[in-house]
Design a protein. Sequence first.
Length: 386
Amino acid sequence: MRVYLDNNSTTPISDEVKKEIVSAMDVYGNPSSLHQFGVEARNIVEKARLRIAQALGCDNQEIIFTGGGTESDNLAVRGYLKTTSKKHIITSAIEHHAVYNMFNELEKEGYRVSRIGVDKNGILDIEQLKEHLSEETAIVSIMLANNETGAVQPIAEVVSAVKSIYPHIIVHTDAVQAFGKMKFKVKDLGVDLLSVSAHKINGPKGVGALYVRKGVKIKHLVSGGHHERNIRPGTENVAGIAGFGLAAELSVSGIDRNNGQLEKLKIKFIKGIRESIDNITVNGDPEKTLSNTVNVSFNNVEGESVIMMLDMHGIAVSTGSACTSGSLEPSHVLKAMGADPVSSQGSIRFSMGKYTTEDEIDYLLEKLPSVIERLRKMSPLERESK
Ligand SMILES: Cc1ncc(COP(=O)(O)O)c(C=O)c1O
């Protein structure tokens, strides 16, 4: 049996989306060309833009296509910073590397960075955020749902906390993991900029979008033609965009059905491991995490070894930990949550998707206890703790 439980990393392309991409590939015109070939390609891009706008609850003119979530994040933050002389920027301690490393680099470039902490469940400390806001703050970038733990952040509250004191501050959210997995509309969140990516929602890799609220000005990061309202030059990835449009529509229309199924599987899985494996920590409050994500620390084992052994049973999972072997450095997300560095080393992210079945979770629950038991038998840490 092969079981794919790494959907936060990427997802399989659905058959409908595959067909949409293949048929768009037959339309080879350049969407910027004025002749019929170009018009046909332009129509495909605009249809997808409308689908994404509808899925996000915004105007189609507010969507800019990009080359993925990482690019959308960079375009949002750096693109806005090019328009202002303000030098203070705020983010959280639990961002995906697309934002986390960008802020590290911006710090080296001379920006003053505030990194807001989270509680033990990985939820942003809004009071701490308020303390850091100032007249000099240019932008606040906080993710909507965390990729390692699935913890959902209170972005609407962030926006009202920020804007009620400093209406000039721009708020960006990285919604790459949240899109299609939790219900939200950009207007309800109130954000100025929001990033999404196709390959997390059963769409193709290398395509993303940035929502830019009407009236918010950002500048391009690479120079080129006038594509995407001068904000993202370069001929559009027509087939990828077509696939993204359909994937967005399908993920949002199927959200209740998918989440209903995923929630049942999540409860079953957490109950199952709690009954069959001792010394574990479920990271994050399952009530406040995405329906598809369960992050677990298994004491006295190494995450990488768990991945390898589960892989031998055909089960694909990933480690939330960024540790290199031999190092006790836990993932920055678990560290920010105050997790014990040793047990964080054995943390595993199980991320389900719309094709995950109950049989697959049963298979995982059958194999996982013996994998952990075997690894613990070999672990010097386990022996020391006895
Ligand atoms: C929260 C988050 N932001 C950004 C990204 C990057 O997206 P992409 O792979 O499309 O560049 C990811 C992908 O893992 C993610 O989980």
